[in-house]
Design a protein around this ligand. Structure first.
Ligand code: HEM
Length: 575
């Protein structure tokens, strides 16, 4: 998975800022001590020894901590002054104009101190769409957004630039300090939250374990069991009782159970929601949500101060993270004990594989497993949610898919699922329009110049806008808005379809280059199995009012705002 480091900025300086301000005034000395201890503790314990990256980052952290004494008063002053500046600009410029449409969108104006904040404020929860429109009208599909307090963020939809940042100058565009520090309480230095040698090492170990045939067999087994024992019975019962289901929620729970079994052989039972066992799932969801919301704060200092004071969302995050880590560590210890006794583990989950191949450092395996759960939990569910939505709008495509499914055996085995070419193309096409990771951001390590001439200064954020790229006429042609799996297919003389992939820098839905998604094949296998299992038996009918388009939003991955209400119809009766 993936992370959307979107320019989520608060719409106004919240009450929290003022609460913090008051508390900070009262406890100023105390905070400085706690913050320093707290940060140094949480970081020093996470980093893997002998990693250059770890050493550099730790030194950086210490420098920052030493500077906290200077930063804290500055933060206090800013938290007082900034709301006044925002208020001043808001009243000075006509902020009551309607939000721009695709036809009226312009490159946003920027003002001293607040940058293009006002433009963003007017957009509300359609930021991805608005930024996509701006990318589309910008020369070379690239523009520089000015965030408050002078930070720059380049947005691009240009395949040549995407190749430049993800491959050609890979080492210059990293996750970066602000991203990693925001997620480190939760993810530690797991693969998803690491750069440099720390990342490289995990990638090497994980890709080796990930590509084995037996793991794919395991996926087939896990997905099959979750489908036939849980998902299909839930859907059959909903069909019988004419219930409305939030299908997005169902798919998220399904994906969570799947990825937990794959990552560490644990059945979270989230889809059946047995209260005791899903405690882990609930804590994991909470940790994900609160960690991702840290990106929305005006300054990282806001959540850092809240964390130091152990108040509000940060208090809940601390408890959720503790629960997740303790739980995962217990499983790791259990497996290690088993391994000592038996010398080899019977289970084939990732954790067992890591331990069996000699990687026994508890923190390392726990972090990597937690990162994998995050990577796999909401991506496939987001893809499937929008896929079923599109099928309801394009019955022609659904008919083709059902035809392909009916040609396979009732519970298709791995090879059959793999050869569902039309379904595979339809999933690619659906993720073109609704990518599970709609934007992905890197931070420039050094000054650079992008292929179109855009100057990038050290520390600038560079975001490739996957959602915009799926809508560019220059890439997909005039009919880009149409859901058309045939764009990915070629008809052979035999009458069969052949899948024609797109170059990964033009379609970076799974990212591209050295950090490309490790779970891509696994994700397609899961999704194709789910589609086959569901559509063979049921039709999924949205209850969204006629003409209403659900809103596409994103935190760490994309979602349908407010859920996806559907009725389930048994196929025999629907045809
Ligand atoms: C439709 C489903 C999926 C999509 C669209 C997707 C997309 C992505 C993207 C865009 C990234 C890059 C994120 C970043 O660096 O910020 C990524 C990384 C990753 N994905 Fe996926 N992913 C999917 C499913 C999965 C699954 C099911 C797994 C694992 C079981 C997985 C494992 C990973 C891992 C481990 C990484 C980190 C790779 C690295 O940093 O070297 N993904 N994915």
């Amino acid at each position: 998975m993936f992370i959307t480091f979107s320019p989520h900025l608060p719409l106004s300086l919240s009450n929290t800022s003022f609460t913090i301000y008051t508390q900070v005034l009262l406890q100023h000395q105390h905070i400085q001590q706690i913050t320093t201890q707290d940060l140094s503790h949480s970081h020093s314990k996470k980093f893997i020894p002998n990693s250059n990256f770890a050493v550099t980052t730790h030194t950086k952290m210490m420098e920052i901590l030493q500077n906290m004494q200077l930063i804290a008063p500055l933060f206090l002053v800013l938290s007082l002054i900034l709301p006044l500046i925002f208020f001043f600009y808001s009243s000075l410029f006509n902020n009551k104009e309607p939000a721009p449409t695709k036809q009226t969108v312009t490159i946003p104006k920027s003002y001293p101190l607040i940058g293009s904040y006002l433009a963003l404020k007017r957009i509300g929860n359609r930021r991805i769409q608005w930024l996509s429109d701006v990318v589309q009208i910008s020369p070379a599909n690239t523009f520089t957004f000015r965030r408050p307090l002078g930070r720059l963020q380049v947005f691009t939809g240009n395949p040549a630039t995407v190749e430049h940042i993800l491959k050609t100058r890979f080492s210059n565009y990293q996750k970066g300090y602000s991203f990693i520090s925001t997620l480190s309480d939760f993810l530690g230095t797991g693969i998803f939250n690491a750069d440099g040698n720390t990342w490289k090492f995990q990638r090497q170990v994980a890709s080796h374990e990930f590509n084995t045939k037996s793991l794919r067999k395991f996926v087939e087994h896990v997905v099959e069991a979750e489908l036939s024992d849980r998902l299909i019975p839930i859907m059959a019962s909903a069909a019988q009782q004419d219930q409305t289901l939030d299908f997005q929620d169902i798919l998220q729970r399904f994906a969570f159970d799947n990825i937990c079994k794959i990552a560490f052989g644990f059945d979270a039972e989230y889809l059946t929601s047995s209260a005791e066992r899903s405690k882990f799932a609930v804590a994991y969801e909470e940790a994900t949500e609160i960690s991702s919301k840290r990106f929305r704060e005006l300054s990282p200092l806001v959540w850092k101060v809240k964390r130091a004071l152990n108040i509000g969302s940060e208090k809940r995050l601390r408890m959720a993270v503790k629960e997740v880590h303790e739980f995962a560590k217990n499983i790791v210890r259990e497996k290690k004990r088993e391994l000592k006794e038996k010398e080899s583990l019977e289970s084939v989950d990732m954790l067992s594989r890591f331990l069996s191949s000699g990687h026994s450092d508890e923190d390392f395996v726990t972090d990597i497993v937690i990162s994998f759960i995050l990577a796999g939990k909401d991506t496939t569910s987001a893809a499937l949610t929008w896929f079923f939505w599109l099928l309801s709008k394009y019955p022609r495509v659904e008919k083709e898919i059902v035809k392909e499914i009916m040609e396979k055996s009732e519970a298709p085995v791995y090879d059959e699922v793999k050869h569902m070419v039309y379904t595979h193309a339809a999933l690619c096409e659906s993720m073109r329009l609704y990518p599970p990771v709609p934007m992905d951001t890197k931070e420039a390590v050094e000054d650079d110049i992008l292929p179109d001439g855009t100057v990038v200064k050290k520390g600038t954020l560079v975001t490739y806008h996957v959602y915009a790229m799926g809508r560019l006429e220059s890439i997909w042609g005039e009919d880009w808005a149409e859901f058309k799996p045939e764009r990915w297919l070629e008809k052979l003389e035999s009458g069969k379809w052949k899948f024609v992939p797109k170059d990964s820098f033009t379609y970076p839905v799974f990212q591209a280059g050295p950090r490309m998604c490790l779970g891509k094949d696994m994700a397609f296998m899961q999704m194709q199995s789910v589609v086959a299992g569901i559509l063979r038996r049921f039709a999924v009918v949205p209850t969204v009012a006629e003409g209403v388009e659900p809103n596409f939003i994103s935190f760490l991955s994309s979602q349908m705002e407010g859920g996806f209400p559907v009725k389930i119809i048994e196929r025999e009766t629907s045809n």
